[in-house]
Design a protein around this ligand. Sequence first.
Ligand SMILES: *[C@@H]1O[C@H](CO)[C@@H](O)[C@H](O)[C@H]1NC(C)=O
Ligand SMILES: *[C@@H]1O[C@H](CO)[C@@H](O)[C@H](O)[C@H]1NC(C)=O
Length: 341
Amino acid sequence: MDLLFSLIFAICTGPVLLGSSSRVRLVGGPHHCEGRVEVEQEGQWGTVCDDGWDIKDVAVVCRELGCGVAKGTPSGVLYKPLAEKEQNIFMQEVACNGMEDTLFHCEWSEDVFNCLHNEDAGALCEISENVRLAGGPGRCTGRVEVKHQGQWGTVCNAGWNLSAAKVVCQQLGCGRAILTQRCCNEATQGQGTIWLTQVSCSGQEPSLWDCPSGHWGKNNCTHEEDTWVECEDPFDLRLVGGDTRCSGRLEVLHKGVWGSVCDDGWGENEDQVVCKQLGCGEFLFLSVKARRSFGPGVGRIWLDDVHCSGKEQSLEQCQHRFWGYHNCNHKEDVAVICSEH
Ligand SMILES: *[C@@H]1O[C@H](CO)[C@@H](O)[C@H](O)[C@H]1NC(C)=O
Ligand SMILES: *[C@@H]1O[C@H](CO)[C@@H](O)[C@H](O)[C@H]1NC(C)=O
């Protein structure tokens, strides 16, 4: 079992990338249905100016992303980290009638000389409650169920793989996919309609609805073939022992317990992700001595061998050893100092 677990773990520890199939995405928000609007042109992601931006425009974005109804037109600057100065602003004066399939089908103008990033548009959509993990111990583990015509049903394991599990975990705001398997016993099997089979995701899709699949309700599957997925729970972080919430020893919350992070392999990329995730600006360079000055922690050492590329929005998207597996002591606890307070 341990070997299988490590194998699965090794396969799915890449950074999460959003939006290869859709040319719009929402960044910096708590889930894929809220954030600053970005659109893709020729492989580059740029922002949208909020001149004339209204709820009809947001409605189109929400639909395009497979999210629910449009709830608001927040300013893009609410979502951290802010757009980089050099990032392009691709659209302005967007005027949708609300029925278009994609933002690019609306009327809009490319002429962006009088827009700055403090006018970036944002979008707030309802998270579509059409996927869930049922019958498990929490919302991030269970039998995959999808809602169609107002009715929840299961998904057949045929054609399903870890990339599809990754999409579901991300869509639900959980961490990485750590396991997918058939529902193996009667207690974990579903009932009623088996809605989907042959769902094939590359892993880059923003939601399960972007993955090709067989027709709704047309399959020869039985509930013994229902799909079961386990994702990591999202975890919280904090910096403790410093003067402000933006400096100190790093702690992460797992299973309701705060624990420290070992500094093996820790560096500037990892610092950067922590400062970004906490909305604390840039990281400041720290000597080993300064890093240790926040004192050793006590209790659990949750994470070790953390590796980020620096582009991740949160530490969950970085690689690390399995929770609680380490070869460290508290003298090696990670500390971080960021530029803003
Ligand atoms: C899952 O299947 C899809 C499509 O069949 C494929 O693109 C993807 O690479 C597969 N992922 C894994 C982890 O095997
Ligand atoms: C279900 O099985 C029947 C009989 O074997 C076959 O004709 C049919 O094509 C199958 N349907 C699907 C959706 O695979």
